[in-house]
Design a binder for this molecule. Structure first.
Ligand SMILES: Cc1cc2nc3c(=O)[nH]c(=O)nc-3n(C[C@H](O)[C@H](O)[C@H](O)COP(=O)(O)OP(=O)(O)OC[C@H]3O[C@@H](n4cnc5c(N)ncnc54)[C@H](O)[C@@H]3O)c2cc1C
Length: 388
C-alpha cells in the first residue's frame, strides 16, 4: 500500500496532470498538503488561454496544449474546456513602439490583428479615447474552465488506479538503496522517482531532498471583482491588457475582474491581497476607462513562480537520481499544463520530447533544469573579477 513507482508532490494542476498522464503506465501516488488540491495558484488564476503570452517556448507549449482544451476526449471531459474571450492589447501614443515590437515577436504576428482606435472603442466602449492609440486583437484567446480541467485530470488519475492523499504535507525526503522515502506527519511512502510539483514550494522540496534549488522566486499577483458599468452588456468584451502589462480587466460571470498585473517577490505562503495593490488596480483601470468603482465585491492574490529566464523547469535533476522537476510555471501554468504534463510523463518514461511538441517549437534545452546549473558565460568583467 505504501510502495509506488512515482510519488508526485503537489496536487495543483501541474502535479495532478502529470500524475494522471503517468498513471497510464505506472503506479502513482499524489501527495497534497492542503485539504483541497486547487487551494493555491491553480485556484487563483485569471483562467486565460493565450498563445501570445510568455517566452517563445511558453507560446509553443500553449500551442501544443490547444487540442486538449478545444477538443478533449469524451472520457476526459464532456464539453470543451474553454469559452470564447479574446485578448485586446492596448497602447497609448507613448507605448506604440512597445506594441510594434510585440507584434513582430515570434509566434505573435500570425495570431493577432492590428486594429485602430475606433474599432477598439467599439469593442470596449469604456476605454478613454486618449488612452488608446492602437491595439492588437488575439481572437484565438479563450477563458479556461480551470476547475473543470483540474477535476478531469484528478478523475483520470483515479480511473487509472492512481492514489491521491490530501492533507498530507511532505516534511522529509530520504534517498537510500535507489529509493526515495517521502515522509509526512502520519505516513511514509516509497518510490524510485519523486516529481517535485510543489508550486511556490518547489525549492523547499529540493532542499528537503538535498538537491540544489533553482532560485525559484514566488511573486504575488492581485485580482479583484467589481460591478460592471450599469446598463452596459460586457459579456462579449475581451480581456483588455495594457501592452506593458500595467493592468488588465475582463468580464467574469457578469462582473469585471481587474488586476494591477503586480509581480511582488514574496516568500512561499498562503498569500493575501494588499490594500495598496487593490488601490493601484482601481486607479490604473479607472485612468484608462470611464469605469467608476464604488465597491470591491471580492479580492484575492496568488503566487506566480519564476526562475531567472521566466521559463518552466521540466526534467530530471542531473545531480540526484530519481528527482524530477516540474516547476516555475509562472503566469502560464494553466494554459501550458496539458503539454507540460505529457512532456513530463514522456521524460520520466525515458521517451524524450513528444513529436507534436517538437513541431510546435518546444525544445528540451529551453526547459531542462540543466540550463540553470551551467556557469554563466565569461564576460570581460566576470573574467576580471575572477582574476582579482
Ligand atoms: C492572479 C493569477 C493569475 C493567473 N492567471 C493565469 C492565466 O490566466 N493563465 C494561466 O495559464 N496561468 C495563470 N496563472 C498561473 C497559474 O495559476 C499557475 O502557473 C499554476 O496554477 C501553477 O500550478 P501548480 O500546480 O504548479 O501550483 P499550485 O496550484 O500552487 O500547486 C502546488 C501544490 O503543491 C502543494 N505543496 C506544496 N508543498 C507541499 C508539500 N511539502 N507536500 C505536499 N504538497 C505540497 C501546495 O499545497 C499546492 O497545492 C495565474 C496565477 C495567478 C496567481
Amino acid at each position: 500500500m505504501d510502495r509506488f513507482d512515482i510519488i508526485v508532490i503537489g496536487g495543483g494542476l501541474a502535479g495532478a496532470s502529470a500524475a494522471a498522464e503517468l498513471a497510464a503506465s505506472h503506479k502513482v501516488l499524489l501527495l497534497e498538503a492542503e485539504r483541497q488540491p486547487g487551494y493555491h495558484s491553480t485556484g487563483r488564476s485569471a483562467a486565460l488561454f493565450s498563445e501570445t503570452y510568455g517566452a517563445p517556448v511558453v507560446r509553443s507549449l500553449s500551442q501544443a496544449s490547444r487540442p486538449l482544451f478545444f477538443n478533449p476526449p469524451a472520457q476526459f471531459a464532456a464539453a470543451p474546456l474553454v469559452g470564447p474571450r479574446g485578448v485586446m492589447y492596448i497602447a497609448s501614443e507613448q507605448q506604440m513602439q512597445s506594441l510594434r515590437e510585440f507584434e513582430s515577436a515570434d509566434h505573435v504576428g500570425a495570431r493577432v490583428k492590428r486594429i485602430e482606435r475606433e474599432q477598439a472603442l467599439q469593442i470596449c466602449p469604456i476605454l478613454r479615447p486618449e488612452c488608446v492609440a492602437g491595439a492588437l486583437y488575439e481572437t484565438g484567446a479563450c477563458d479556461i474552465d480551470v476547475h473543470g480541467l483540474h477535476q478531469a485530470y484528478l478523475r483520470m488519475l483515479r480511473a487509472r488506479g492512481g492514489v491521491t492523499v490530501m492533507s498530507s504535507r511532505v516534511t522529509r525526503l530520504e534517498y537510500a538503496a535507489r529509493e526515495w522515502t517521502a515522509i509526512t506527519d502520519d505516513a511514509r511512502y516509497f518510490a524510485p522517482v519523486v516529481i517535485n510539483a510543489a508550486g511556490a514550494w518547489a525549492d523547499e522540496i529540493a532542499s528537503l531532498a538535498g538537491v540544489a534549488g533553482i532560485e525559484l522566486q514566488p511573486c504575488r499577483r492581485t485580482a479583484l471583482l467589481v460591478a460592471a458599468p450599469a446598463g452596459v452588456e460586457i459579456g462579449s468584451w475581451p480581456l483588455v491588457l495594457d501592452i506593458e502589462e500595467q493592468f488588465y480587466f475582463k468580464p467574469d460571470a457578469g462582473l469585471l475582474l481587474l488586476s494591477p498585473a503586480d509581480e511582488t517577490p514574496v516568500e512561499p505562503s498562503d498569500v493575501q491581497p494588499e490594500e495598496w495593490d487593490i488601490a493601484v488596480a482601481i486607479d490604473r483601470v479607472c485612468s484608462a476607462t470611464t469605469l467608476d468603482v464604488r465597491h470591491v465585491k471580492h479580492k484575492w492574490a496568488g503566487l506566480r513562480n519564476f526562475v531567472a529566464d521566466r521559463t518552466p523547469v521540466v526534467g530530471f535533476d542531473a545531480n540526484v537520481p530519481g528527482f524530477f522537476w516540474l516547476a516555475a510555471q509562472g503566469g502560464y501554468g494553466v494554459q501550458t499544463a496539458p503539454a507540460m504534463a505529457r512532456l513530463a510523463a514522456s521524460l520520466v518514461r525515458g521517451q524524450g520530447l513528444p513529436e507534436d511538441l517538437a513541431t510546435c517549437g518546444v525544445t528540451l534545452e529551453a526547459l531542462s533544469p540543466d540550463r540553470l546549473r551551467r556557469p554563466a558565460p565569461l564576460t570581460r568583467s566576470s573574467l576580471a573579477s575572477a582574476q582579482r
